[in-house]
Design a protein around this ligand. Structure first.
Ligand code: GLN
Length: 313
């Protein structure tokens, strides 16, 4: 990736960041993970990465933040890569219509989470990987480094410890799934791997570059190699479209219309298949756990994308 060479596109990205900053001051920082409370609500970053490797950034695009549920996309990619469609016997493919940490459906649906982007679903995916790799979180960290081209990507151990000591709800989900026979490994081991992945710190730049493979038929921008097959990228995008924004997925699809995934650290990654990847970040969240200013930035981008970055004819 290199700085983009279109001054008009850069000016557009700057303008979007400027307009999105008007939403700072609305929303709340996630406080159920104490280590996230001290984030500065005035932060806003934006990075847009085209499939030919041009990078347009604005605001705090180079500031690392806690990727949280954005890791669910990497986890899923890795699990599908190593295990293929067998995963779908243990996790569903449908929107949950429930908050990301809800336990309600787990009991009635016999320990099978609705999709891989709610916490319970990602915990099952993590279980898959605990079986396959001796150190799954470290493996994911290495992948995040390679895909982003940033060897400085790290797991934040303070966030990891904080999530661990406030794990009651995620532990409840994991134990319930264990009781239904949907976790192979020990609950503590699976939770540790899951939290470590959530605790990765990456910047908007890192994430837009790393997840560009979803826009590029599975091809990694930094290595030029195929990270996942094209059909897999398409399916992950479909899941992001239907479930990437938790119980607000429908609202977001209506307003923005792009596959996207959010995290309670305030990051949102969105994909324009065949063209580009975007990451917007600002820590204050709405009631569904999605960043207010980042959602607004994506709304503005979607509104005008055809004008600034027309689809190839
Ligand atoms: N680590 C967070 C949790 O388990 C991830 C949630 C999120 O980003 N939505 O609650």
């Amino acid at each position: 990736p290199r700085p983009g060479h279109s001054p008009t596109l850069q000016a557009w990205v700057d303008e979007i960041a400027e307009r999105a900053r008007s939403r700072l001051g609305t929303g709340r920082i996630a406080d159920y993970i104490p280590a996230l409370v001290n984030q500065d609500p005035e932060r806003f970053g934006l990075a847009l990465c085209t499939n030919d490797g041009q990078l347009y950034t604005a605001g705090d695009a180079e500031t690392p933040f806690s990727i949280q549920s954005l890791s669910k996309v990497l986890l899923l990619s890795l699990a599908l890569r190593t295990h293929g469609d067998a995963l779908w016997q243990r996790v569903g493919l449908n929107p949950s219509g429930m908050p990301f940490n809800s336990l309600m459906q787990l009991e009635t649906e016999r320990g099978k989470p609705r999709n891989p982007f709610i916490n319970a679903g990602a915990i099952v995916v993590a279980d898959h990987l605990v079986g396959a790799f001796a150190t799954p979180a470290k493996h994911l960290q290495d992948i995040a480094r390679t895909l982003s081209g940033n060897p400085g990507v790290l797991i934040d151990h303070e966030v990891l410890a904080s999530e661990w000591s406030h794990r009651a709800r995620n532990a409840a989900a994991a134990y319930l799934m264990k009781a239904f026979g949907n976790l192979d490994n020990e609950v503590d081991e699976v939770l540790t791997a899951y939290f470590a992945c959530c605790a990765l710190r990456m910047s908007c730049r890192d994430l837009a570059v790393a997840l560009n493979y979803l826009a590029a038929d599975g091809r990694a921008l930094t290595t030029g190699e195929r990270f996942i097959p094209p059909a897999m990228a398409q399916r992950i995008n479909a899941l992001m479209f239907t479930s990437g924004m938790y119980d607000a997925a429908g609202d977001f699809a209506y307003r923005v219309g792009l596959p996207a995934k959010s995290g309670v650290g305030g990051g949102i990654v969105a994909v324009v298949p065949g063209r580009l990847s975007i990451c917007a970040w600002s820590p204050a969240l709405d009631a569904s756990g999605n960043s207010v200013a980042a959602q607004y930035a994506l709304e503005l981008i979607a509104e005008d994308l055809g004008r600034w970055h027309p689809a190839p004819s």
